[in-house]
Design a protein around this ligand. Structure first.
Ligand SMILES: Cc1cc2nc3c(=O)[nH]c(=O)nc-3n(C[C@H](O)[C@H](O)[C@H](O)COP(=O)(O)OP(=O)(O)OC[C@H]3O[C@@H](n4cnc5c(N)ncnc54)[C@H](O)[C@@H]3O)c2cc1C
Length: 449
């Protein structure tokens, strides 16, 4: 245990925890990094390395004009350890950045063990210290005892299961086959700003859709993800509900009552409702469509709904174990816990989703832990950057908060819209990196060339 002050305690030696420890230690501050492995493993962790990749070895696209590529470039410029490790451990993977998982985690483990300011302590933490500067980054499979203690802080604002419906980009919805209205909205025709985007289907379209849905391929479940009775009761996958009968979803999430299609003047046979996912209304979620279908199947089957024929999915539906806090109620855009000074959360448990998203939040939480110790103002990165937009998404008011990975829908739209998708994404990335640079100059942050 480090005995000199100041120091920071980081709980969890995963992607976010190691990234946070690296940022803190490089600022000259001592870090006690607690990792429960190898004494105890979560149901998904198998190796004894820190920063283990529990499933795929892909860190997604490299191209800077992709959302995942932009995120990695911002992290690289901010001195990310995970990006250095990935560059060292990269394997051939076309346009993606994939890694040899042992080389990747081995590189990070060595960096942690050899850093003069970091002490790695292989112990399970069961309670969050009530004082001092602490970063909690214990991941989506946080140990039970620590989860209980987080529950002490967050009450019902700690979730153990992710039952999320897919989300699509607003500009990819075919408006010719959709109309805006809330149920029983008498002004549907005039009300082009209605709360829901309704995607109507006629009888033939619905029957074809239903047949595809009940025969679509389901994603394999990990043992610890097997049907959770509490979740299934209140949040049944759409395909399971559909299997109960030809009309079960037409009387459930796709019920057309209170809706009239202005195009036909009639009530549709069935309707999928889309609800805005963010204030800017750049993303919409498929209401009631939490699902366990394989991702390509979600695209194929949900794409049969006429308004979604060309939909771009920014997040597919999932139903799996995932410990995450209701961050909009508890965290700032600097990952600081609002109810305890000096306490930060980072990683998947904040509601960012994905390897690099988790690491990026660790990086920002680490930088902010340092600033907290120094009495400096908390860093909130520009919303036009991918890291800033994700931090904003998890901390913005949101009554139906679900985790989110990097995608261009979380960024504010360009001032001048660009039709061509590739060009638009290029412009969004360009703006993000220019704004990051400007922000770094204004805040005295040294970026990596
Ligand atoms: C089964 C599964 C598969 C996934 N597959 C992918 C994928 O393919 N691609 C992708 O982008 N994302 C994937 N994710 C999502 C996410 O990117 C990963 O979970 C990622 O590792 C999250 O990073 P993290 O740092 O938040 O948590 P982790 O990397 O899980 O790190 C948390 C660390 O904290 C330790 N810990 C837990 N409790 C305690 C405690 N009480 N005391 C001390 N240490 C503790 C754990 O042992 C672990 O090392 C997956 C998630 C799961 C659960």
């Amino acid at each position: 245990m480090n005995d000199k002050k100041p120091s920071v305690t980081v709980i969890g030696g995963g992607l976010a925890g190691c990234e946070a420890a690296w940022a803190i230690a490089n600022a000259g501050i001592l870090v006690d990094l607690y990792e429960m492995k190898p004494k105890k493993h979560s149901p998904a962790h198998t190796s004894n390395y820190l920063a283990e990749l529990v499933c795929s070895n892909s860190l997604k696209a490299r191209r800077i004009d992709s959302a995942a590529g932009l995120l990695k470039e911002e992290m690289r410029r901010l001195g990310s350890l995970c990006i250095s490790a990935a560059e060292q451990a990269a394997v051939a993977a076309g346009g993606a950045l994939a890694v040899d998982r042992d080389l990747f985690s081995g590189y990070i483990t060595k960096a942690m063990e050899e850093h003069p300011n970091i002490s790695v302590i292989h112990e399970e933490v069961t309670t969050i210290p009530k004082e001092g500067v602490v970063v909690v980054a214990s991941g989506p499979l946080t140990s039970e005892a620590l989860s209980e203690d987080i529950q002490r802080l967050c009450g019902k604002g700690l979730h153990f299961y992710d039952a999320a419906a897919p989300i699509v980009m607003a500009d990819s919805i075919d408006k010719e086959h959709a109309f805006c209205a809330s149920r029983y909205d008498k002004n549907a025709e005039e009300n082009s700003q209605g709360d829901y985007v309704n995607c109507p289907m006629n009888k033939e379209e619905y029957e074809a859709f239903h047949a595809a849905l009940v025969s679509a391929e389901i994603a394999p479940l990990h043992g610890f993800d097997k049907a959770n009775p509490d979740v299934y009761e209140g949040c049944m996958p759409i395909e399971v509900l559909a299997k109960r009968g030809a009309d079960s979803i037409r009387f459930g999430p796709m019920k057309p009552v209170g809706l009239r299609d202005p195009k036909t003047g009639h009530r549709p046979w069935a309707v999928l409702q889309l609800r805005a996912e963010n204030n800017e209304k750049t993303m919409y979620n498929l209401v009631g469509f939490q699902t366990n279908l394989k991702f390509p199947e979600q695209k194929r089957v949900f794409g049969m709904i006429p308004a979604l024929n060309h939909a771009e999915f920014v997040r597919f539906g999932v139903m799996h174990r995932n410990t995450f806090i209701n961050s909009p109620a508890f965290l700032t855009a600097g990952y600081h816990f609002k109810l305890q000074d000096g306490l930060f959360f980072a990683g998947q448990m904040t509601g960012v989703e994905g390897y690099m998203e988790s690491a990026s939040s660790g990086l920002l939480a680490g930088l902010n832990a340092v600033r907290f110790l120094k009495g400096a103002v908390e860093l909130h990165l520009p919303r036009t950057t991918m890291m800033g937009a994700l931090a904003g998404f998890i901390s913005d008011k949101n009554e139906d908060f679900q985790p989110m990975g990097a995608n261009f829908g979380v960024l504010p739209p360009l001032e001048k819209s660009i039709r061509d998708k590739r060009e638009r994404y290029g412009a969004l990335s360009h703006r993000a990196l220019a704004d990051l640079e400007q922000f770094a100059v204004e805040n005295g942050i040294q970026l990596v060339e």
